[in-house]
Design a protein around this ligand. Structure first.
Ligand code: GLP
Length: 299
């Protein structure tokens, strides 16, 4: 594994946000948007346009779709309904799902039940005659691992849409922090749909966002599509509007070599991957405080 030194990390974090787009050492395409509303609209518009084009060309469209970022569902449903875009040729592979400590599905009303969220906000408001047929909706559940693996493998995926986590996780492909079992970048790249424990930092990040810090209520396990499935798409579009928790991961994704410590660095070797961040997510406290002297870096 390529280990990131604090010096390197500091150099990446101190780049002012207005220098990111033209930075000569940036390793992956980046787009900046003003705020969450602009990002949600863009995400919705591009996905809807891709589906419309596939419909016009008589092609099926197969997408890996995330639960989060949250800003795009409302504009997406509005575009589909107002422009009468048929979703009947769309196949959706949902990216991940949260599980309880035994690897079981959560209550339908748990705020971390991604399926419930998607059924309400993604499928819910679409006019019935335009809807994605139920047999083309694949929710990741432990009992369907082999089915989903083979459905994904049987034809190309057109688009992976997603966000990223505080450790640069894509779907729930987190940094592997197991004390006895490490993985190489190649193992991460070839990882497939699986059930796993979530990392403690993921649990704390989610507790801060949702539960006022009550990590006790955050689901400790997940099922996720692997990097192999996510990276297999012809096109990958990853977005974030969630600010502070994602700022360092973005800097690593832009400037680091591939490392299993930040899974989204593997997007660099994809021929058509694009990151989109709000200005807040692209900013960094270290860039805003060049006067700070940090132990282990300058002293
Ligand atoms: N495991 C999920 C990802 O699948 C999702 O893409 C990401 C981004 O969502 P948000 O931008 O709302 O944090 O959240 C979680 O980490």
């Amino acid at each position: 594994m390529y280990p990131i030194s604090n010096q390197e990390l500091y150099e990446w974090c101190k780049v002012p946000v207005n220098e990111l787009l033209d930075h000569p050492k940036r390793r992956i395409p980046l787009r900046l948007v003003e705020d969450s509303a602009e990002m949600g609209m863009l995400m919705a518009r591009e996905f809807a346009d891709d589906i419309r084009l596939a419909n016009a060309e008589g092609r099926p469209f197969r997408a890996i779709v995330p639960c989060g970022p949250k800003a795009w569902y409302e504009p997406f449903v509005k575009i589909i309904n107002e422009e009468s875009i048929e979703l009947t040729n769309l196949t959706v592979f949902h990216m991940d799902e949260c599980l309880d400590w035994e690897g079981k599905l959560l209550s339908r009303k748990d705020p971390y039940n991604f399926r419930s969220f998607m059924e309400t906000h993604f499928y819910g408001g679409v006019r019935p005659e335009l809807a994605v047929p139920h047999k083309q909706r694949y929710f990741p559940v432990p009992s369907a691992i082999e089915t989903i693996k083979s459905r994904i493998a049987e034809a190309p995926i057109d688009l992976t849409l997603g966000g990223w986590g505080q450790d640069g996780h894509l779907a729930y492909n987190q940094a592997r922090r197991h004390p006895y079992s490490s993985i190489t970048v190649e193992q991460l790249r070839n990882s497939e749909i699986r059930v796993q424990d979530n990392n403690l930092d993921t649990i704390i990040a989610l507790a801060q966002r949702t539960y006022g810090g009550a990590y006790q209520f955050v689901p400790p396990m997940s099922i996720t599509l692997g990097m192999r499935e996510c990276l297999s798409a012809k096109k990958i579009r990853i977005y974030s509007d969630t600010g502070a928790w994602k700022q360092t991961a973005l800097r690593v994704a832009l400037f680091s070599g591939e490392t299993a410590e930040y899974p989204m660095t593997l997007l660099q070797s994809h021929p058509d991957a694009l990151l989109t961040a709000t200005l807040e997510t692209a900013a960094h406290p270290i860039a805003e405080h060049p006067e700070w002297e940090i132990n282990g870096v300058q002293v």
